[in-house]
Design a protein around this ligand. Structure first.
Ligand code: PLV
Length: 329
């Protein structure tokens, strides 16, 4: 077998081509055909492997000896997975509230785990500090051109599977890496006219705050349960994308995101974390229909693609706890 480095020299990658599934249940709710881009079945459980895989391969080619990644969980798992495949040690820095199963899984990947601060921004400061060591490289979870380049593959796959453009594309925004990568992808395949519905939960809505203010805004704290959307400031590139494409920034409540997680589990038998529930809530909460009624989206959408970004910070117990916390059980 060839070494991982030899494989990536030939253009190999760590992510897989994910299924694009038509969802009967979500199509019923939306009143139009809904396709699910199933990033939840990626290695390491989320779309993050696309950008982070690309970044880590480039770092390895340049002789990186240790990878560091601050994360809400999913970016860290992607980085730890790539590090193991590349044979490079990894340190993953998570905020203190990180879910125990995620910490165990990271350790299972062979990564060292550090728990620092209350939110991702604080963990990120530690990661930047660690990365000053000789041969160590910081893997930014969302704010880097290589991360966005890696995410472009998702749109190439959509183009190959659908042929013609969807009427709209729905995704979740944390730090804005997915949004920046998908925007670049839409431009690359000539689909720059496709509107993007960019979803956040209240209390993790740094993109919405920036769009409303017309400049970057740092939230005072992260209060949403969607911890993996919990960057206090969105990447500047994500805000710049609003000048180039039609991006509708929308915010749902935590309760709507968690309801969407539960309904998606029942409808499609897939369990995703609230960060992904934020995107699914665009359909389940009726928001899409409201945008159509308000003339912000076409009343006759050919189809809608929802990026099921995935997420590891969830299991049946965690879902019960979230519902109890939000008064839903
Ligand atoms: N999560 C990052 C940043 O957290 C992380 O460290 O894992 N959906 C899921 C399941 C995610 O994990 C994330 C990001 C997003 C959506 C949003 O992606 P982004 O950051 O590229 O906008 C603080």
């Amino acid at each position: 077998m060839e070494s991982p480095l030899a494989e990536c020299a030939k253009g190999g990658h760590f992510h897989v081509v994910t299924p694009l599934l038509e969802s009967w249940a979500l199509s019923q709710v939306a009143g139009t055909t809904v396709f699910l881009k199933c990033e939840n079945v990626q290695p390491a459980g989320s779309f993050k492997i696309r950008g982070i895989g690309h970044f880590c391969q480039e770092a390895a080619k340049k002789g990186c000896r240790h990878l560091v990644c601050s994360s809400g969980g999913n970016a860290g798992l992607a980085a730890a997975y790539c590090a193991r495949k590349l044979g490079i040690p990894a340190t993953i820095v998570l905020p203190e509230g990180a879910s125990q199963p995620v910490v165990k899984r990271l350790q299972g990947e062979g990564a060292e785990v550090q728990l620092v601060g209350m939110v991702w921004d604080e963990a990120n400061l530690r990661a930047q500090e660690l990365a000053r060591r000789d041969g160590w490289v910081n893997v930014p979870p969302f704010d880097h051109p290589l991360i966005w380049d890696g995410h472009v593959s998702l749109v190439r796959e959509l183009k190959a599977a659908l042929g013609s453009p969807p009427g709209a594309l729905v995704l979740a925004v944390g730090g804005g890496g997915l949004l920046a990568g998908v925007s670049a992808g839409l431009a690359e395949v000539g689909w720059q006219h496709v509107p993007i519905v960019a979803m956040e939960t209240r209390g993790a809505h740094c993109f919405n705050a920036a769009v409303e203010a017309g400049r970057l805004v740092t939230l005072p704290s992260i209060t949403s349960v969607a911890k993996c959307l919990g960057a206090k400031t969105v990447a500047a590139r994500a805000l710049a994308c609003t000048q180039e494409l039609r991006i509708l920034s929308e915010v749902v409540e935590d309760s709507e995101a968690v309801t969407a997680v539960q309904r998606f589990l029942d409808d499609e038998r897939m369990l995703v974390e609230p960060a992904c529930g934020a995107a699914l809530a665009a359909i389940y909460s009726g928001l899409l229909g409201k945008l159509q009624a308000a003339g912000r989206l076409s009343p006759t959408l050919a189809s809608v693609v929802v990026i099921v970004c995935g997420g590891n910070s969830i299991d049946s117990r965690e879902l019960q706890e979230l519902k109890a916390q939000l008064g839903q059980s």
